[in-house]
Design a protein around this ligand. Structure first.
Ligand code: PRP
Ligand code: URA
Length: 208
């Protein structure tokens, strides 16, 4: 079954309070989403494999370590874009793919409109990035698409999840670990996470 990690970190909780507050404006919302993306990255990368490499310090030769695998960040458009800069600041060598999905407002089913990945994705650690894990339909569909590239080491990175979304990933993709800043109570009748933060894409891009 998928590993689920809820960060429970004071710095992340502090920034999440800003993100959740309906009175937080677009600029501060966008900056905080990106910053939490960066903070979560420390946890995601904790078990990444390293390989030894001989380097020379100004004093002598030594065996240092570097990441064994390439990292690919795949934001789910639109809202996933908000976390990319923060993650990329922590892993600047990461390559970036994109998946365009939106949730049909009535059926809540994900509709795919775009996908493009770097060639190295097959042998990379893939971070699927989307702030909101609601029904889990969008994340599950995105992971289906990424698996078709041959990628095997896939992790989901989000801000707010709920039991329904976590269960959907665990059922559909038990091999995919889930990292969240917070796990909320439930979904409302319109498919929004409660208490959540509202519509993340609209708040990031000022579309409502
Ligand atoms: C939001 C969010 C997720 C999806 C989560 O995107 O960013 O992608 O909903 O819902 P789910 O778990 O029920 O699938 P939305 O469809 O609003 O598109 P947007 O990012 O373009 O605003
Ligand atoms: N998408 C959002 O942006 N927010 C939710 O609460 C659920 C899905």
């Amino acid at each position: 079954m998928s590993k689920v990690v809820i960060l429970n970190h004071p710095l992340i909780d502090h920034k999440m309070a800003k993100i959740r507050d309906k009175n937080t404006g677009t600029k501060e919302f966008r900056e905080s989403v990106s910053e939490v993306g960066g903070l979560i990255t420390y946890e995601i990368t904790r078990d990444f494999q390293t390989v030894e490499k001989t380097i020379e310090t100004p004093i002598c030769q030594m065996q240092a370590k570097e990441l064994a695998k390439q990292i690919v960040i795949v934001p789910i458009l639109r809202a996933g874009l908000g976390m990319v800069e923060g993650i990329h600041n922590i892993i600047p060598t990461a390559k970036i793919g994109h998946i365009g999905l939106y949730r049909d407002e009535v059926s809540l089913e994900p509709q795919v409109y775009y996908s493009k990945f770097p060639e190295v994705i097959k042998d990379s650690v893939v971070l699927v990035v989307d702030p909101m894990l609601a029904t889990g339909g969008s994340a599950s569909k995105a992971i289906d698409i990424i698996k078709k590239t041959g990628a095997k080491d896939i992790r989901y990175v989000g801000l707010v999840g709920c039991p329904e979304g976590v269960k959907r990933i665990q059922d559909d993709h038990p091999d995919v670990a889930i990292y969240l800043a917070a796990l909320d109570s439930h979904l409302n009748e319109k498919g929004y996470i409660v208490p959540g933060l509202g519509d993340c894409g609209d708040r990031l891009f000022g579309t409502k």
